[in-house]
Design a protein around this ligand. Structure first.
Ligand code: NAD
Ligand code: DAU
Length: 340
């Protein structure tokens, strides 16, 4: 895979993937990114400009997509609207980017016979009970809950249909919750770290018992590289690092690593329709493709992530105020009127 088109490469995981590929392969990369609020140009700074080219544009732009796709050996498709809370307030932008955008990518790879890897999420499978012994596998039925996860599920189904009906060469992966550098401050872990760095109180939705299965973005990147190298067309691979923790535990870990008392948080209004638990069984990826995560200690990974946000204030400071203002304007309140 010499020439790779990475959609959404200026976002969190896309940027981590570009850094990973530049460090661990000889690929040349074109990033196609609309530069929405979630993108950050600084995330791609310092990379060899002979190997990384950034094109600002929309995956829904038929002309641009059909110009770029044939110049590459593969497309790795990260671009999406990704924040569940936003999808409850503006579902249209999720349908446009995630469903119609993926449709344009699919038509272009079909027309030009270019290999596709589609990036998706474990949220397409809905949620699990806290005591359910099962985890999500490649054969778990789709049951998305939010407009975001429904739009990602729709995009996955389009990819599967294009494989079956048109014979495109495509793989899919569904990954659990990522953390690490370059993640937008709207998301749980960076929101809490930057709240503490900015002297604000951390915010926990509801009772904090919801479980997420955390994986470092660098491990997600190495898994996608592995699938690009050895994945079988038409197959889905689940990516996870056995990182299940409830939100209260993660928040307490962050508070303690940052020298704060573990009670220094505010319980705020819960997310409507809030998924209870995600958990990934990544046996297929591990046994068939020999992939292993490097970050197996969440506390250690969080320590590094906290250090990154501490040392890179200029990367996040301008987005912080806008993000908190957006949360306030979304006016989510609970039964007793507590807002976020
Ligand atoms: P992000 O929100 O940080 O970045 C998304 C990027 O896509 C941004 O740079 C944005 O500008 C770009 N984009 C959005 N709409 C676009 C459009 N129409 N045209 C071109 N670019 C557009 O997202 P992320 O957290 O890095 O997620 C990347 C992908 O990984 C998504 O497909 C997401 O569903 C998936 N995923 C995320 C996680 C997670 O924990 N964050 C877990 C599993 C899967
Ligand atoms: O599982 C993969 C998914 O993980 C990805 O597909 C999504 O793109 C990504 O955003 C993420 O979705 P979540 O909704 O799980 O992530 P978020 O960071 O928004 O929230 C993580 C958990 O933390 C969730 O249970 C809600 C809670 N939360 C979130 C915020 C922002 C809080 O308790 N307080 C907060 O301030």
């Amino acid at each position: 895979m010499k020439r790779i088109l990475v959609t959404g490469g200026a976002g969190f995981i896309g940027a981590n993937f570009v850094h990973h590929m530049i460090a661990h392969s000889d690929s040349e990369i074109t990033v196609l990114d609309k530069m929405t609020y979630a993108a950050n140009r600084q995330s791609l700074e310092g990379l060899d400009s002979k190997r990384v080219n950034v094109v600002v544009g929309d995956i829904c732009d038929y002309v641009l997509v059909n110009e770029l796709v044939p110049q590459h050996d593969a497309v790795v498709h990260f671009a999406a609207e990704t924040h569940n809370d936003n999808s409850l307030h503006d579902p249209r932008s999720f349908v446009n980017a995630n469903i119609l955008g993926t449709f344009e990518i699919l038509e272009a790879v079909r027309n030009h016979s270019v290999r596709l890897h589609h990036i998706s999420t474990d949220e397409v499978y809905g949620d699990l009970e806290l005591d359910d012994p099962q985890r999500f596998t490649e054969s778990t039925p789709y049951k998305p809950s939010s407009p975001y996860s429904a739009s990602k599920a729709s995009s996955d189904l389009l990819v599967k249909a294009w494989v079956r009906s048109f014979g495109i060469e495509a793989t899919l992966s569904n990954c659990s919750n990522n953390y690490g550098p370059y993640q937008h401050v709207e998301k749980f872990i960076p929101r809490q770290i930057t709240n503490i760095l900015a002297g604000q109180r951390t915010k926990l939705y509801g009772n904090g018992k919801n479980v997420r299965d955390w994986i470092h973005a660098s491990d997600h990147s190495s898994a996608v590289k592995r699938i690009l190298e050895s994945g079988e067309s038409g197959r889905t691979y689940l990516i996870g690092a056995d990182g299940e923790r409830n939100n209260l535990d993660v928040l307490c870990m962050i508070l303690s690593l940052m020298g704060k008392d573990e009670n220094e948080f505010e319980r705020v209004a819960d997310r409507p329709g809030h998924d209870l638990r995600y958990a990934i069984d990544s046996t297929v990826l591990r046994t068939e493709l020999g992939w292993r995560p490097q970050y197996t200690n969440l506390e250690h990974g969080l320590e590094q992530t906290i250090a990154w946000y501490r040392e890179n204030r200029s990367w996040w400071e301008s987005a912080k105020a806008q993000t908190e203002e957006r949360y306030r304007s979304q006016h989510v309140t609970d039964a007793v009127g507590v807002a976020r």
